[in-house]
Design a protein around this ligand. Sequence first.
Ligand code: ADP
Ligand code: MG
Length: 248
Amino acid sequence: MIQVDDVRKKFGEQQVLRGVSFEVKKGSISTLIGRSGAGKSVLLRHMIGLDEPDSGHIVIDGSDIVGMKTRELNKIRRRFGVLFQDGALFDSMSVSENVAFPLREHSELNEKEIQDVVIQKLDAVGLRGHTEKYPSEISGGMRKRVGLARALALNPDIIFFDEPTSGLDPITRGAIYRFIEKTHLDGHITYFLVSHDISGVMAISDEIMMIHDGQIVACGTPESFRTSSDQVVRQFLSGSPDGPISID
Ligand SMILES: Nc1ncnc2c1ncn2[C@@H]1O[C@H](COP(=O)(O)OP(=O)(O)O)[C@@H](O)[C@H]1O
Ligand SMILES: [Mg+2]
């Protein structure tokens, strides 16, 4: 579904991505892990066409989005749902208005149809009873779930998640993963996650990639990570400050 091929990106003197390559299989939950500052969000921005690489290719379902004209890119973007790190909800809109927003912008549905979809998506993330609240009136975990409902609104083929559980307590994190798994099962959608919460993503991912020093250093099933003898992977999993990954 997605092929990232030798993507390089420099910001000033800082080479953030040094030839990143991997594939995301259709219908999978695939997760990119790596330390804070490793370049995960930068890579995700490239994959959704918000940033252009210095070189390399990003092929989404057969189309290379690098160098693509805005009109074409926007067509492909319609097939994406994105859950940004901070949730990126509109504070001045209610929960239901937030979920309705992409439908008003990008669909031809009438008001009744929009409300039906909104209820259906909020139901899928367990928020049916909170439609008229505002983002400031709900918890961090609920805001992430509204973000997920909004990402699902247009029935996308792929959803990109940037740190879907950051800033949440362990129980709420578990609940978010459960909703991610459930909605993935409902829709047979391809999910691509970026996270540094290794234990959480191990449980739900089909495939895991690890980025370090601007490159993919490991890639495989959660089981292959658990049993990996690679020192970089082992250090990341154990959280030890001693090892090949230097602390700065
Ligand atoms: N627009 C930008 N301009 C300059 N540097 C950036 C920009 N975006 C990210 N960076 C740098 O790229 C590195 C990777 O950032 P990021 O992808 O946000 O890390 P993370 O893996 O935590 O998501 C960081 O050192 C960050 O400062
Ligand atoms: Mg990030």
